[in-house]
Design a protein around this ligand. Sequence first.
Ligand SMILES: *Cc1c(COP(=O)(O)O)cnc(C)c1O
Length: 400
Amino acid sequence: MHEKRHPTRYLGEEYKRLVQESLNWELKELQTASEPICTIDGKQVIMLCANNYLSLSTHPKVVEAMVEATKEFGAGAGSDRSIAGNMTLHEELDRRLAKFKRAPASLTYQTGFMANQGLIPQLCGKGDLFVSDELNHGSIIDGVRLSRADRGIFKHKDIENLAQIMDEAEKHQPPYKHIWILTDGVFSMDGDTAPLSEIAKIAQEHDAGVYVDDAHGEGILGEGGRGIVEHFHLNRDQVHAEMGTFSKAFGVIGGHVTGGEDLRNFAYNKSRSWLLSGGVPPGVAAACIAAIDVLETEPEHVKKVWENRKYFLSAIQDLGFDTGNTETPIIPVMCGESKEAKELAQFIWEKGIFALPIVYPMVARDKARIRVQLCSKHTESQLDKAIKAFEEGGKKQSLI
Ligand SMILES: *Cc1c(COP(=O)(O)O)cnc(C)c1O
């Protein structure tokens, strides 16, 4: 006889299992704004793992734009953009972003996750092929899973492997109608960048589309923080869809995809997440526009985050820490086993530094690390304090 069914008991059992295996999330509570010095769970700490790279979430112009637009246009858009909620501010944000990206058109979504999950499954269907980097973000993976297209996974940043898969794909019968290569621009666990020029070249040889998710590259890479497409001097015939988010360097929230007019028209007519879900509040759209303004008029923030990155990275490397393959303000401080990363994170936490340990299953079992993310507002003395904590903890655990 089968075990008696119970509607919800398994929820608690599953949670218990996660706790037993130390795979559960322990949520910390941020009790102040996301600033370099903040209060978390009642403790004042230096924030070293926010996505707020340019410290724009508290930039006066961005905050004021949100407040003013909210007063004038209300707290919500009143509808999905597809029905009755397509406000002037949404349209302006789409246009401003395209202009910033030096591209014909952009479409903004409610979040980056929704952009990937809504658009990707529409790009390829039965008889088509997605080819995806093995370390791509979960929202890309979900987007691909929602599609009936075939899938190929290439080894992380491995151009030869990608070329092999593409050559293999040419032999498929009947021939694939559409092929898209999907890649993160900056990989969030290691801070390394995709070899986008080489990917674009291979794509061109096979008449395939290129879709890059630049969530962690925007505001960081390229002239004025315009992102990875600008960084590699590629054009919109080489990278056909540049997806990104306003929730990281832009300091607000919202997703987007940038490319040609055809892409925009296709995207808003086909993405279910866009068609069937409310538009972002007008205050959010206004804050995103203000964040673009700041990027265009105050280049010092991008400059500063790179300076901070250089300062922290060289100090941490001089101490003897392995920092993997970072090329951006995401710096993995490698620890080995999960236990080591958790212990070091706890140690620096006690010293007033907040950076998250990244452990299995997010990364391989022996590649646990503390992921540091620098921002433009960190001061040298804050970074010195963090470096000292890493030094003490690293020595204590014989990591260095
Ligand atoms: C954060 C992130 C997303 C999701 O963006 P949100 O706007 O926060 O939903 C998508 N892709 C990558 C690579 C990310 O890092």
